[in-house]
Write a new protein. Structure first.
Length: 377
């Protein structure tokens, strides 16, 4: 299960406000949410405008726990009224099963959007499972273990010409598989030389073409990204391997309230790729509905089409359909059946161009709930 999926019920109290308080007006509800910072306004004099939405959750995997989503928007130059708002968000949880984790994303725009600084990272301890590598392995049984992981990926981008950015960054992660269930010579971990500690550290180079109006909730425009990462012992990695990640998004506004969003994504790994850094089909952005880590191989390609509808007040919803494929090389992506994904999601605007999203995704013989900040793509 994706770490953010554990936060499903954290939004229940917010969603149930109108139902449990029939006499409350929208103004009264806005006042209540304003105490949490979710006032749907931006005040430059406050620096970072924070919104905090905590709540309890319960899932069969993680049991009873508490989750929190924290989102903030800001501008480095309060007098800059043309550059889109910068944003930072945190999600986290702790549960009675012993699982805990947090994630963060930051988009900073400065110097009139000539420079961009992006950071994402996560820290987690989660009971989970490993099926093996490849489509066939994912059809079998998993071997349970406890994941201890840390990831950090900063990136600095400079505008070359209008809408075209080039940049460099660093991709670092550590992964430790502990408490492996019933380890023996014939187990899944042994067959794939997996388990133990893994450290991956690499330099990245990226080119982005971006005409989106806003990154956190695009209404129109296009986005293309090509990012190449080189991992090597000379920069702290356990092994030498490379990763090429490609992404293309297109946003077509049907009217002021409706948007069609298209996503095409691929990740291609080569060399001595550690099992925890193989490409995966299924997370809170793509192939929603799949257990994260069940489907993994060197190459994964996925696509999705999402219909986004803005309703009255702060409400909205999305519907999506998509598919993905995996293999050990591009020519083998078609060797196995496609992995379908469909789903629906609820949106609630907490700040200008900043939604809390609650998604229910269905995959092949699986489903998942996702609670996150900003759109999936």
């Amino acid at each position: 299960m994706n770490t953010s999926g554990a936060l499903f019920l954290s939004l229940l109290s917010l969603m149930m406000l109108p139902a449990t308080a029939d006499a409350m007006t929208r103004e009264e509800i806005d006042g209540f949410l304003g105490k949490l910072g979710a006032d749907n306004q931006y005040d430059a004099s406050k620096g970072i405008n924070w919104s905090v939405l905590p709540g309890p959750f319960y899932t069969p995997e993680l049991k009873l726990g508490l989750g929190t989503a924290i989102a903030g928007i800001y501008r480095l130059d309060p007098n800059d009224h043309t550059t889109q708002n910068s944003s930072i968000s945190f999600t986290g949880f702790v549960s009675t099963s012993g699982a805990l984790g947090m994630g963060m994303k930051n988009y900073t725009f400065f110097s009139g959007d000539e420079w961009r600084f992006f950071v994402d990272g996560s820290l987690a301890k989660i009971p989970t499972g490993f099926w093996g590598i490849g489509y066939d392995a994912a059809q079998g049984n998993e071997q349970k273990y406890t994941q201890q992981s840390l990831s950090f990926h900063p990136q600095i981008m400079r505008q070359v010409v209008d809408h075209l950015y080039a940049g460099v960054g660093w991709d670092f992660s550590t992964y430790d598989a502990e408490n492996i269930d019933d380890p023996h010579p014939g187990d899944v971990f042994s067959r794939y030389d997996a388990g133990g500690n893994s450290t991956s550290s690499g330099v990245t180079a990226a080119i982005n073409y971006d005409t989106r109006d806003v990154i956190t909730r695009p209404l129109h425009g296009q986005f293309f990204s090509a990012e190449y990462s080189l991992f090597d012992p000379s920069v702290g990695s356990d092994s030498h391997f490379t990763v090429l990640q490609l992404q293309y998004n297109y946003y077509y506004p049907l009217n002021d309230q409706d948007v069609l969003a298209f996503d095409l994504w691929g990740r291609f790994a080569r060399g001595d790729v550690p099992w925890d850094r193989l490409s995966q089909a299924g997370d809170d952005n793509r192939m929603r509905g799949y257990y994260q880590g069940r489907y993994r191989d060197k190459d994964v390609v996925s696509t999705q089409l999402e219909y986004r509808k803005k309703l009255n007040w702060r409400h909205g919803y999305v519907l999506w359909i998509g598919a993905g494929a995996l293999g050990d090389s591009p020519q083998h992506l078609s060797d196995n059946p496609l992995l379908p994904t469909v789903g629906a999601g609820y949106r609630f605007e907490v700040k200008p161009d900043m939604n809390i999203r609650l998604d229910l995704g269905f995959g092949k013989e699986s489903a998942g709930f996702y609670f996150q900040v900003a759109e999936a793509f």
